[in-house]
Design a protein around this ligand. Structure first.
Ligand code: SF4
Length: 167
């Protein structure tokens, strides 16, 4: 059994985006703050949720929670649908994390650019997949060696691009 509670939501996302990125981020090689794309993401997020937004930070996760009647909904705004699986599992991790604390919630991912909304719920099958992924993330984080960078379509947009491929 691993201690999932120290894994950050963004690390679950990076597991799908790039294992090198996940390793660099989890070893505090944090160039993300310098990326224009990250700044843009934060701006989209801020603009979209000017009202009715509550930031909640619990341990390693930071989420937007909205109360809908008796239910809690976690909301995420993403720039593009190109990494949908990463977005979904990041949300599933938040739901899992909260359920471990005895809090039941649903997830909603919004893509303002394409005006699409994804509703996410944690069921048995997804829970099994998520637990496997969390174990792999745990192993990756503990590994002393960085996974070799493999060039992908989205590398150019990555804050670690120069680190991986220049110089
Ligand atoms: S530049 Fe590419 S290989 Fe390097 S961390 Fe980013 S996505 Fe991964």
């Amino acid at each position: 059994m691993i201690d999932e509670m120290y894994i950050r939501g963004v690390e679950v996302n990076y597991y799908f985006v790039c294992k090198t990125k996940l390793w660099l981020f989890s070893h505090n090689v944090n160039l993300e703050r310098e990326s224009d794309l990250v700044k843009l993401g934060k701006l989209v997020h801020k603009e979209f949720y000017q009202r009715d937004r509550k930031d909640v930070r619990i341990g390693p996760i930071a989420i937007d929670v909205v109360r809908k009647g008796n239910e809690l909904e976690i909301q995420e705004v993403k720039k593009a649908k190109s990494m949908e699986k990463a977005d979904v599992f990041q949300m599933l991790y938040y739901l899992f994390y909260l359920s471990n604390l005895g809090i039941s919630a649903k997830g909603r991912i919004t893509y303002p650019k394409s005006k699409e909304v994804l509703n996410v719920e944690l069921d048995e099958e997804k829970l099994r997949d998520l637990e496997k992924i969390l174990e792999e993330i745990d192993e990756l984080k503990k590994n002393k060696e960085m996974p070799k960078p493999v060039r992908k379509k989205h590398c150019r947009k990555c804050a670690y691009f120069e680190f991986c491929f220049v110089g």
